[in-house]
Design a protein around this ligand. Structure first.
Ligand code: MN
Length: 199
């Protein structure tokens, strides 16, 4: 079964002024679409053709085309889903408890996550992951790697991710990646992240 580019759950301009409509249009319609098309080309007609995107990341990240493009499809699908026009604020409930247990406070989590995103050299992602013991941790990966990949250097299942490739912010922020990271916190859909955490 070939993968399909998922529709965005909001309009291109829904995340303005934090993430601009032109960036969203190119990012989703060109970059994400290319990952979908290339992962389909990589798995078509092979024994990988029936795998879920999660299992491709877990089991076949030694295949460079699957790693880069399957990772790209998984990562961007998560990314779109954890943002919203009415996002921002702070988490509540069990997710808030887990963040406080791991970091001491939401503000300290924000600092750790922002530093991970800012310190990623070149292209990559920052993540908040849920580990098997139910705790959460922040990590970061290069390129289109993600924590599902056994050798990515991160544990757990991503419940929040931030794309820090230049294609995610350069039109609006140029070299000011820290400003983009700060703005991201205004569009995080904590209800969606909480569902990922509870799921
Ligand atoms: Mn991207």
């Amino acid at each position: 079964m070939a993968f399909k580019l998922p529709n965005l759950p909001y309009a291109h301009d829904a995340l303005e002024p934090h993430i601009d409509a032109k960036t969203m249009g190119i990012h989703h319609g060109k970059h994400h679409a290319a990952y979908v098309s290339k992962v389909n080309a990589a798995i078509g007609g092979t024994t990988m053709g029936d795998k879920s995107i999660e299992d491709l990341c877990k089991e076949h990240s030694d295949n460079a085309a699957v790693r880069n493009n399957g990772g790209g499809h998984y990562n961007h699908t998560l990314f779109w889903s954890i943002m919203a026009s009415n996002g921002g604020g702070v988490p509540s409930g069990a997710l808030a408890d887990a963040i406080n247990a791991a970091f001491g406070s939401f503000d300290e989590f924000k600092t750790v996550f922002s530093n991970a995103a800012a310190a990623r050299f070149g292209s990559g992602w920052a993540w908040l992951c849920k580990k098997t013991d139910g705790s959460v941790e922040v990590c970061s990966t290069a390129n289109q790697d993600n924590p599902l990949m056994p050798d990515a250097g991160c544990d757990g299942v991503p419940i929040l991710g931030l794309d820090v490739w230049e294609h995610a912010y350069y039109l609006n922020y140029q070299n000011r990646r820290p400003d983009y990271i700060q703005a991201f916190f205004n569009v995080i859909n904590w209800n969606a992240v909480a569902k990922n955490f509870e799921g």
